[in-house]
Design a protein around this ligand. Structure first.
Ligand SMILES: [Zn+2]
Length: 77
């Protein structure tokens, strides 16, 4: 009985390993076009920095006003 359990356990481990391997093979070719999408997502996450034209502080480009100045400089005008 104990040997039978070990056999079933071994079969189960072998089956799980086989499924995992087939997944890895399936995923890797599909992963290539996605990596470009991931790169684009990274560009969204790490957006370009810009310098305030008045005080020189570096901020994300989106945070600068259209005049190229930071919020503090815009408010102090
Ligand atoms: Zn500023």
């Amino acid at each position: 009985m104990n040997l039978f359990r070990i056999l079933i356990l071994g079969l189960l481990v072998w089956f799980v390993l086989r499924v995992l391997k087939s997944w890895r093979v399936e995923i890797s070719p599909r992963d290539l076009p996605q990596s470009q999408g991931r790169k684009r997502a990274d560009q969204d996450r790490y957006e370009p920095m810009a310098q305030c034209s008045q005080c020189g502080v570096h901020l994300p480009q989106r945070a600068l006003a259209t005049s190229g100045r930071c919020g503090a400089c815009e408010r102090s005008r």
